[in-house]
Design a protein around this ligand. Structure first.
Ligand SMILES: [Mg+2]
Ligand SMILES: [Zn+2]
Length: 199
């Protein structure tokens, strides 16, 4: 059990916003219905909310770091209009076979490696133990949670339907949600069972 505050980590593509393959333009950013309210409610349950996203679009030269920052500023703005705030947003711009040499590296932050979670935990004082949860739509998200020592929650949006189909017997997830909109209720029930206190 580590020190720090239990947190909820959210994958971006396929969880908060549409999975477009590569999101490279601000104009294409679309929050899923209920995403803002979900972030607000997760925060109200006492969890700092941190986005962790693989963005090899940078390494592939499809979007510049500045362009990605613009997209993330818009993401925060759209969430803010629903009184939802992020405690942090971490992205991995790398890819081991990137065409752009400055981003070509076998980094420790590309999920399923847990580098982004480790960094967020250190910088924001978050707990990396089973009380924290990563919400994702792909096996790499679930594996990242496992490697970081935290719990995982699967959503069926994005690539989640396929992931759910190919999940092994118990799958190691605390639940499967139709979308991020259902995450607060699942977390609430789960945290209540988990800690033995009513939430
Ligand atoms: Mg995803
Ligand atoms: Zn990386």
């Amino acid at each position: 059990m580590s020190v720090g505050t239990p947190a909820v980590f959210l994958d971006r593509d396929g969880v908060l916003v549409d999975e477009l393959g590569y999101l490279t333009r601000v104009a294409d950013l679309r929050l899923f219905p209920g995403a803002g309210a979900a972030v607000r409610r997760i925060h109200a349950l006492g969890y700092p909310v941190v986005v962790v996203t693989n963005q090899s679009a940078v390494a592939r030269g499809m979007v510049s770091p500045a362009g990605l920052e613009e997209i993330h500023a818009e993401l925060r703005a759209q969430l803010g209009r629903e009184d939802a705030r992020l405690a942090g947003l971490y992205m991995c711009p790398h890819h081991p076979e990137a065409p752009l040499p400055e981003w070509r590296q076998d980094c420790d932050c590309r999920k399923p490696r847990p580098g982004m979670l480790v960094r967020a935990a250190r910088e924001l004082g978050l707990a990396l133990d089973e009380r924290s949860v990563l919400v994702g739509d792909q096996h790499t998200d679930l594996e990242c949670a496992r490697r970081a020592g935290i719990s995982a929650l699967l959503v069926r949006t994005g690539k989640g339907q396929d992931t759910a189909r190919t999940l092994s017997e118990r799958g190691g997830v605390i639940g499967i949600c139709d979308s991020v909109a259902d995450v607060p209720d699942v977390l609430r029930a789960w945290a209540g069972r988990h800690s033995g206190v009513m939430t």
